[in-house]
Design a protein around this ligand. Structure first.
Ligand SMILES: [Cu+2]
Length: 150
């Protein structure tokens, strides 16, 4: 009887884990704005438990891209510096695109009044990992940087 109940509880555990795996597929809508004052309106975004993220970046300002362009780039915090460096090297002709390895997702560079929505999967991200989002327009990362909880 004891063995039977052990087998049964083991089987039920497997079944409930399978159900949880299906039930946990979740797309999350996140949004953030950049401003003419070189700021994001959020310091933290929460993607905990999201298998897919739909992120909208809105440039709420009015300035042109060449003066105050903003993008939204996501990476492990440890990769941030080299990604910002790669974007600076890409230069204005390539809209300071973040080209280094380690970019998990990114929008294009937006001018005032523009917005873009991107969708990305989180399957390669680690729960509890240290993830950063930032803008790679030269000089912006110091102010335009935040944490993505996962
Ligand atoms: Cu910016």
């Amino acid at each position: 009887m004891k063995l039977f109940s052990k087998v049964m509880s083991g089987a039920m555990l497997v079944v409930s884990m399978g159900v949880a795996g299906v039930a946990s597929a979740k797309t999350c809508d996140l949004s953030i704005e950049g401003s003419d004052a070189m700021q994001f309106n959020k310091k933290e975004l929460d993607a905990s438990g999201c298998t897919e993220v739909k992120l909208t970046l809105k440039h709420a300002g009015k300035l042109p891209k060449a003066a105050m362009g903003h993008n939204w780039v996501l990476s492990a915090a440890a990769d941030k510096a080299k990604i910002v460096d790669s974007a600076t090297k890409a230069g204005p002709a390539k809209d300071y695109a973040p080209t280094a390895a380690g970019v998990i997702a990114h929008t294009k560079l937006l001018a005032g009044g523009e917005s873009e929505t991107i969708t990305f999967k989180t399957d390669k991200m680690k729960k509890g990992g240290d993830y950063a989002f930032f803008c790679t327009f030269p000089g912006h990362v110091a102010l335009m940087s935040g944490k993505l909880k996962f």
